[in-house]
Design a protein around this ligand. Structure first.
Ligand code: BES
Ligand code: MN
Ligand code: ZN
Length: 499
């Protein structure tokens, strides 16, 4: 989609379609008022007829409005003005995008109501509009033999601001929004691809491809031999049960001063998790193709860094492997030695995410990170605790945790912090090794983070459990691209691109 910003009077726009908001009950937004006056009360008279009263979810296409230069006007219901907020604005954007697409309108000017409040500002709402309209147009049909794409999809969207002094803000919102939206789309595509296509090697190729886009992005792939030399016994134990070789993807984006410490992002890239010998039950197992969504979000975020040319150093690390049952796979009771030297008793081969992440986290030390954030579809317990709306956050650093919580709010990609108290560490005690890979009954998300914390003692570190938020199940099954927004928001803020 092509996005641009423009300042001007809504009633004077020459466009195939002007999109305006109507509040309930039959209350014109400011832009709609301007158009109403120019059309000598046409909108008021239409609303009086009762075709639309402005409830959210409503839409009405009008043609040949007198006194205007536009071919059509699309009215979008926004709910009551009092309750209009960031979420309602996003809903209105979604509705408008889907109406335009199904109505074969390829070009439009958005003039939906925005608001200044403590919750949101103009920049955020215009950025939301870009992200949400891209999201609404997202389709995953790479694997269909005859994809039924919309005949005339929306192609060009102009965001209209009424005051010329807001044009700069709008342009920035568009630039940031487009980079975020394409990072999200990339993460979604990688997530939605099936396990037989999106293998560790495929992920590595995608990272290499990204590396070719910018001289600022250096991509290196470590093969199993090299991981052996680094003594990554934990990571390699997981891939032993798979015919696909594991890959350790390392993406170094150098946008900042050479000496400034990088933000290191580590993403779980488990391209299919059958559980291994501790095999998972059959129903819904297909969804374990999404077990690489953490890695996909890291790749999507690095892609946005490249697009935005962010003046900051960021390293993305994606340990990629499958977890399958096999004669050579990990067995319950096996003991492996991690790169850190710590030994691990594998009591459940399905707790494999932490086994690949721990070696990647140890590896991250060599980058001398400012902070380390890992992202992983790590525990079913997180789905139970937080459902699909909040990302689970656990951290050994309160300042970093607050920074992430705030980025989640600003990026509308919210996280919720869970405790990482020492009391929970005991649950990982093993009779035979330094630790077990599972923490027994209760607090599964916390004990998984406790496990990781043993490999990040030297770092300011946070862990994001996206098991509930990375994809939707059911009829709308599909990757969400989370937490790309949160991560980019954090990087935009850290690199002082926004306040
Ligand atoms: N990838 C799964 C976690 C998962 C499960 C994410 C369901 C989303 C939905 C992870 O590798 C796993 O299997 N975790 C186990 C850990 C347990 C054995 C301690 C789990 O959550 O059941
Ligand atoms: Mn598992
Ligand atoms: Zn897993």
């Amino acid at each position: 989609m092509n996005y641009s910003a423009k300042a001007g009077d809504p009633s004077k726009q020459r466009t195939p379609c002007l999109v305006l908001g109507i509040f309930s009950k039959r209350k014109l937004s400011d832009a709609a008022k301007t158009v109403d006056i120019a059309s000598k009360g046409f909108l008021t008279s239409i609303l009086k007829k009762g075709d639309m009263d402005g409830e959210s979810g409503q839409a009405l296409m009008l043609y040949d409005l007198p006194g205007t230069l536009c071919e059509r006007v699309l009215l979008i219901g926004c709910g009551t003005q009092k309750e209009y907020n960031r979420a309602k604005h996003k809903e209105a954007v979604s509705k408008a995008t889907s109406e335009l697409t199904s109505g074969h309108t390829i070009e439009a000017i958005f003039c939906l109501p925005t608001l200044e409040s403590t919750e949101t500002d103009l920049y955020t709402q215009l950025r939301d509009a870009v992200i949400k309209s891209t999201e609404q147009s997202y389709r995953f049909d790479q694997c269909k033999s005859d994809p039924k794409a919309p005949k005339r999809p929306l192609k060009k969207l102009t965001l209209l601001v009424t005051d010329g002094k807001n044009l700069k803000t709008a342009q920035k919102a568009i630039t940031h929004g487009q980079a975020m939206a394409s990072g999200i789309s990339l993460a979604k595509d990688l997530g939605n691809l099936p396990g037989n296509i999106c293998t560790p090697s495929y992920l590595a190729d995608q990272a290499r491809k990204l590396g070719r886009k910018s001289p600022k992005l250096k991509v290196e792939i470590l093969e199993e031999k090299q991981m052996e030399a680094l003594k990554m016994g934990s990571l390699l134990s997981v891939s032993r049960g798979s015919r696909q070789p594991a890959k350790l993807i390392i993406m170094e984006y150098c946008g900042g001063p050479a000496k400034s410490k990088p933000v290191v992002l580590v993403g779980k890239g488990l391209t299919f998790d059958a559980g291994g010998i501790s095999i998972k039950p059959h129903p819904g197992m297909d969804e374990m193709k999404y077990d690489m969504c953490g890695g996909a979000s890291v790749i999507g975020t690095l892609s946005a860094c490249v697009d935005l040319e962010l003046p900051i150093n960021v390293v993305g690390i994606v340990p990629a492997s499958e977890n399958l049952p096999d004669g050579d796979a990990n067995k319950p009771g096996d003991i492996v030695t991690s790169m850190s030297g710590q030994t691990i008793e594998i009591l459940n081969t399905d707790a494999e995410g932490r086994l690949i992440l721990c070696d990647a986290l140890t590896y991250s030390e060599r980058f001398n990170p400012a902070i380390v954030i890992d992202v992983a579809t790590l525990t079913g317990a997180c789905v139970v605790a937080l459902g699909s709306h909040a990302i689970g956050l656990l951290s050994n650093d309160d300042t970093l945790a607050d920074e992430i919580l705030q980025a989640g709010i600003s990026g509308d990609d919210k996280a919720w912090r869970l405790p990482l108290w020492d009391e929970y560490q005991k649950q990982l005690d093993s009779n035979f090794a330094d630790m077990a890979n599972i923490g027994g009954k209760g607090g599964g998300t916390i004990t998984a983070a406790c496990f990781l914390s043993r490999f990040t003692k030297k770092q300011k570190w946070a862990h994001l459990d996206i098991a509930g938020s990375a994809w939707n199940s059911g009829a709308k099954k599909g990757s969400t691209g989370r937490p790309v927004s949160l991560l980019i928001q954090l990087l935009l803020k850290r690199s002082k691109q926004i306040n």
